[in-house]
Design a binder for this molecule. Sequence first.
Ligand code: MN
Length: 195
Amino acid sequence: MVELPYEYDALEPAISEQVMTWHHDTHHQGYVNGVNSAEEGLEAQREEGDFSDTGSLLDQFTHNFCGNVLHEMFWNNLSPNGGGRPEGELMEKIEEDFGSYENWREEFKAAASSASGWALLVYIPYTDELHNVAVDDHDDGAVWGAHPILAVDVWEHSYYHDYGPDRGEFVENVLDLVDWNDVHENFMDMFEKFN
Ligand code: MN
């Protein structure tokens, strides 16, 4: 499992040390454990030639795998030195696809407010566009072929202890900690892979 790229208290006050500890060590760890136990279950079924639990094991795999991928991205997307705006190719693409950075940010915040899971900025090679996506749970609303480059967790475990019901304030504060170099790198990796 990925280590946090900063100390547990590094993002205070936007995310408290307590929430970061619970979120990384308990919630994220739980998804990693869930992937492992689903894979063990599937492997055991293959060895026995008994596929009677396939449906529930694959549900367990998808839920936990997506949870793991998105949490890893979320931690790496943030930095105590984050903030500012995207630059270079990423900024140009945001302006091309959303009209302006401000438009993108407002739409992303609206996605974060409506989702009961995650707000994502994704790159879709099929149409060569950036798109916002609102995901319930970890995977309900996923877009096939789209690659997340920025993920913001809006599950209640992400903010309720620090903000109560004020998810909007949490999202604002988190967006001000985005490490745009990391998001830029994610975008360029996918752009270059597919173009
Ligand atoms: Mn979470």
